[in-house]
Write a new protein. Structure first.
Length: 248
């Protein structure tokens, strides 16, 4: 299994703390290092990081991290990192295929998770789905920023019916971790061809409409989107206890 981590965006909400969101430290460890190590611990043999803003700095750090950790890390730079995140998914998936892989864990560079979430998610594949999304049914989770969250509406079998930042009603929140087949980047490309902006959610909705997008409920496990100073302060306070294996 491969992993793809999206790390191309500008990170405007963390600009007061860092010029590069992926390199923003949480208790001394950059977010991108936490992501790479989490993916590897979940079973990823190789990690592809999609870079864009501050790409040279991020890629230099990744080269050093690969040497220090022994984890194979590939960097895939997108030429226009201002475009929606679906373009990063397409680029990362193409690099996975080029390296001989197929299915992959997909993560956001600013999301961190307790080990059980990714470990379970990596084992959720099946012929009945093109993608599996980790979801949190605690829609009032105090760690979630409701103004930035991506919401999910599911059916009785846990399949996604709708996904997006403005949908209503909803019964879960997107945790930012996916187990993907090549169907997801293909769906994003189809959505773009049909006139969509090209977000990850555009592709997810297209798969949902085909009955090919399902979910894994995290059952109260810890996760955090480190997207602004408030979330960063929470991460500084909670991450060492929640990610003990990564912090030693």
């Amino acid at each position: 299994m491969d992993a793809v981590i999206i790390a191309a965006g500008y990170g405007s909400r963390l600009r007061d703390l860092s010029d590069s969101k992926p390199l923003t430290p949480v208790c001394g460890v950059p977010l991108i290092e936490l992501g790479v190590r989490q993916a590897h611990a979940a079973g990823a043999r190789r990690v592809t990081v999609v870079t864009g803003h501050e790409a040279a700095r991020v890629e230099s750090f990744l080269a050093d991290l690969a040497q220090r950790s022994g984890i194979p890390i590939l960097a895939e730079r997108v030429s226009d990192w201002s475009r929606p995140n679906g373009f990063s998914v397409i680029a990362g998936a193409a690099r996975v295929a080029q390296a001989g892989g197929r299915d992959f864990l997909l993560m956001m560079a600013d999301h961190i998770f307790s080990a059980e979430i990714l470990h379970r998610l990596a084992r959720q594949g099946g012929s009945d789905r093109g993608v599996t999304l980790a979801i949190d049914r605690r829609v009032d989770n105090p760690l979630v920023d409701p103004d930035d969250a991506t919401w999910v509406r599911t059916d009785e079998q846990g399949r996604i019916r709708a996904i997006g930042k403005t949908i209503s009603p909803y019964d879960a929140v997107d945790c930012g971790a996916f187990l993907c087949t090549p169907e997801l980047p293909e769906a994003i490309a189809e959505a773009i061809a049909a006139g969509a902006a090209g977000s990850l959610s555009d592709g997810m909705q297209r798969l949902a409409d085909k009955g090919r997008a399902t979910t894994m409920e995290i059952a109260g496990a810890w996760w955090l989107d480190v997207d602004d100073p408030r979330a960063h302060a929470l991460a500084e306070a909670q991450a060492p206890g929640q990610l003990a294996a990564l912090y030693g």
